[in-house]
Design a protein around this ligand. Structure first.
Ligand SMILES: C[S@@+](CC[C@H](N)C(=O)[O-])C[C@H]1O[C@@H](n2cnc3c(N)ncnc32)[C@H](O)[C@@H]1O
Length: 366
């Protein structure tokens, strides 16, 4: 695995100065700037805000006010509708044909994949059965599965607004995330081999496909709780050119996968944890520790509490966001570094890999 020149210049900050524990309040911290080398897939400078986490999260008065407003059912229904309309119209203005993409999936053969992938004996954790992202049945519907790719691209576009196209934004966001993983693995693993990769919370397979492209010699497995998302992922794979190692898709809970211990070199959990309560975050990190071989790498990528842009999100946007993300406060209050350390990980690092998101990486000791 050759280290690209741009990656050699990527500067990494330790998370040690980062997120405080679950009981502490939002407080001021010195402003920091994380620099990344300029290259085809990196975007210069991602600025950190001055707080430990955004004021609209956690136990602050503004956060509590928004939660109280959202819990008022009639207002929640209006917000849910508003959030959906804003998402779709913003996506389409940004050349992401949301409704067209969803229609194509809904009219495809994805439903034929469902039974080959669904584990009927799987028990869903309670949190997964809540209304979510504006869908009353959460991720357990065809509509959520049909809209997942457009929603993911919109998130990518929001993160990299200066990119010249959605494709470029995707290359930058995913490229920086993969570079952070590669750099960590090369630095801390004796053999630097990546033979087996698990993508927990793979959704319709976007992150899984990026991992497979970056590490073409590895066997890659995508795992998710939604059989609808997995059916779409499997169909998309069937419709593309065959790979040296076909991706495997597993319908399971990332908190307790049932997969053999020490069977992966890399476990990635990307854009999943902000959708989970703290208990599930802790369980998934412990499960990743069990699944990794000694020297193996865990990579978490998600909203950065330190992101200046997220700390300065306008009230309308954070209210809409909180109305569709029921566990966002628990995510922001979870001390990721402590959780990784308590699970047994070492070499814990974190970097802003785009203006909104951090990638935290850590190693299973030998
Ligand atoms: C935003 S999507 C992730 C997107 C994808 N990893 C990417 O980077 O594009 C979050 C996914 O996490 C899945 N998820 C949530 N809790 C899970 C759990 N306990 N086990 C497995 N998957 C879970 C959801 O079904 C959903 O597909």
């Amino acid at each position: 695995m050759a280290l690209s020149p741009s990656l050699q210049n990527l500067s990494v900050t330790s998370v040690a100065n980062g997120i405080s524990n679950t009981t502490s309040r939002t407080r001021r911290r010195p402003s920091l700037v994380v620099h990344m080398a300029t290259s085809d897939t990196s975007i210069g400078t991602f600025e950190e805000g001055r707080l430990v986490r955004p004021k609209w999260t956690g136990h602050t008065p503004i956060s509590r006010l928004v939660v109280a407003l959202i819990s008022f059912k009639p207002l929640y229904s209006i917000l849910k509708l508003g959030a959906r309309q804003v998402l779709i119209s913003t996506a389409e203005k940004n050349n992401i044909p949301w409704r067209e993409m969803a229609k194509e999936i809904l009219e495809s053969d994805a439903y034929k994949e469902l039974e080959s992938i669904r584990d009927h004996s799987l028990e869903y954790p309670d949190y997964y059965l809540n209304p979510f992202h504006g869908y009353d049945e959460g991720n357990l519907t065809w509509l959520a599965a049909a809209e997942a790719e457009a929603a993911t691209l919109s998130m990518v576009r929001r993160a990299i607004p200066d990119a010249s196209s959605v494709d470029e934004a995707n290359q930058i966001l995913r490229g920086n995330w993969l570079q952070a993983i590669e750099q960590h693995h090369l630095k801390y693993t004796k053999t630097s081999m990546i033979n087996d990769i698990l993508d927990i919370g793979c959704s319709v397979g976007e992150s899984t496909r990026h991992l497979a492209a970056k590490f073409p010699n590895a066997k890659v497995t995508g795992l998710d709780l939604s059989p609808y998302f997995l059916a779409v992922a499997q169909l998309k794979e069937k419709n593309r050119a065959p790979r040296k190692h076909p991706i495997s898709w597993i319908h399971a809970n990332g908190e307790n996968t049932g997969l053999p211990s020490k069977s992966f070199d890399l476990v990635s959990i990307s854009f999943v944890l902000h959708e989970c309560p703290e208990r599930a975050i802790v369980n998934m990190i412990k499960e990743a520790f069990r699944l990794l071989r000694p020297g193996g790498t865990i990579a978490l990528t998600d909203n950065s509490p330190k992101s200046k842009i997220l700390q300065e999100l306008p009230p309308v946007l954070f209210t809409l966001l909180k109305s569709t993300e029921p566990f966002i406060d628990e995510y922001y209050l979870t001390d990721m570094e402590a959780t990784l350390r308590q699970a047994g990980f070492v070499n814990i690092q974190s970097i802003l890999t785009d203006p909104r998101h951090m990638t935290a990486t850590a190693t299973v000791p030998y």
